[in-house]
Design a protein around this ligand. Sequence first.
Ligand code: NDP
Ligand code: 2IT
Length: 456
Amino acid sequence: MPSTTTTERTTTAWLAALEQRIERRDPGEPEFHQAVREVLETLAPVFDARPELREARVMERIAEPERQILFRVVWQDDQGRTQVNRGFRVEFNSALGPYKGGLRFHPSVNLGIVKFLGFEQIFKNALTGLGIGGGKGGSDFDPRGRSDAEVMRFCQAFMTELHRHLGENTDVPAGDIGVGGREIGYLFGQYRRITNRWEAGVLTGKGIGWGGSQTRTEATGYGNVLFTSEMLKVRGEDLEGQRVTVSGSGNVAIYTAEKAQALGAHVLTVSDSGGYVIDEKGLDLELLKQIKEVERGRVSDYAERRGGSARYITGGSVWDVPSDVALPSATQNELTEADALNLVRGGVKAVSEGANMPTTPEAVRVLQAAGVAFGPGKAANAGGVATSALEMSQNAARTSWPFERVEEELAGVMRRIHDTAYETAERYGRSGDYVAGANLAGFERVADAMLAQGLI
Ligand code: NDP
Ligand code: 2IT
């Protein structure tokens, strides 16, 4: 039908112009632009079907954060020297609930990175169906090589400013790269001290003894493996006996490996910014946890202590290792077009993003064109934030649920997210395209709430 073609062309051109406006407005934020582009590229069908959304300029509104907070963080190191860092919190969208999303402490953190993460978080959180808005924050503070006392002083200084913007019904941070249980503890202690309130729901990822939820530590990794299993099920397969490669060796990577092993997979690799380990016998997770979670060591230490079956490769790419299933769980843009071509040559069947935006757009295209099942982070790694929302529910009810209950809820959420992404893609004629399905479904939930709430 020529008229449909014309509309589609017009919508695509309009979306491209919108993208350019967003890029011009905030230059120098390449990761944010990439995240916006990846969403806009898939939204034409919904704007064609529902012109009122275009009329109401909902996408322009979503791409503009509701509030951006930048602040100075001054603290003292163990030598008594003054250190100055920058703190960020981007409160992106609260149409569906309080701002919710992690804090990242890494030297690479800047406003563009926080905005990319916050933008992704809006759609991810909408997909969980659990009533949480989107936000993200962090600092260019580098926790690597810092003592516990230094990390504590930094967290206290960071929270001394951030606390005035938070609240269990306002904005609820959690962890991300460089922020785990230790940091959440120090942040919570300082929040409580300043506000004189036991407000458990103001942070998630807390310790089990003081308001934390069972399964939160495991949730992102477990969730991504559950999502991968759902994608494989559609193809009449499961994880039993599959060769799995995992990148990263932090929170997400470790529990990805644990769940994949529990489902019978052979998990071969982990990595860090220095290199990767290939362990032909399959990872020894107890040893990995001891080195990473207790000693805060490197994957090279793992290879040394594991003995014969493990090799450490300095530099290089973990995606050089052929596998049936690849689960990137380190950081953005870590799986490139060349890596994707390698994976396809090695016969990969599924790639699912534990990290946020780890696969470059060119790599996504290669994988999808080759018929590989591709799980985008917004859907595949939503188990972490979903379990954070379950932690908030438990905090609000002043109760705590057993591990099995939270794990069962998590499995249900991941199944629903998979089915929603799958069915939405079908409905819009993008069968099997989980990127389009997740973006369209997440966008519709946020857009409908915004329309109903007036000019916000
Ligand atoms: P951690 O800090 O626990 O671990 C991060 C891992 O990724 C480390 O092995 C680290 O290696 C590696 N890494 C980080 N930056 C780089 C880099 N620039 N180059 C190479 N390797 C790097 O973080 P998480 O496991 O929590 O987070 C991993 C990813 O998962 C991130 O993309 C995060 O946004 C995403 N995510 C996390 C969730 C959570 O609940 N924690 C939820 C959903 C997504 P090194 O030590 O050498 O830096
Ligand atoms: O990217 C993410 O979803 C997270 N880092 C978890 C956020 C959260 O609030 O649990």
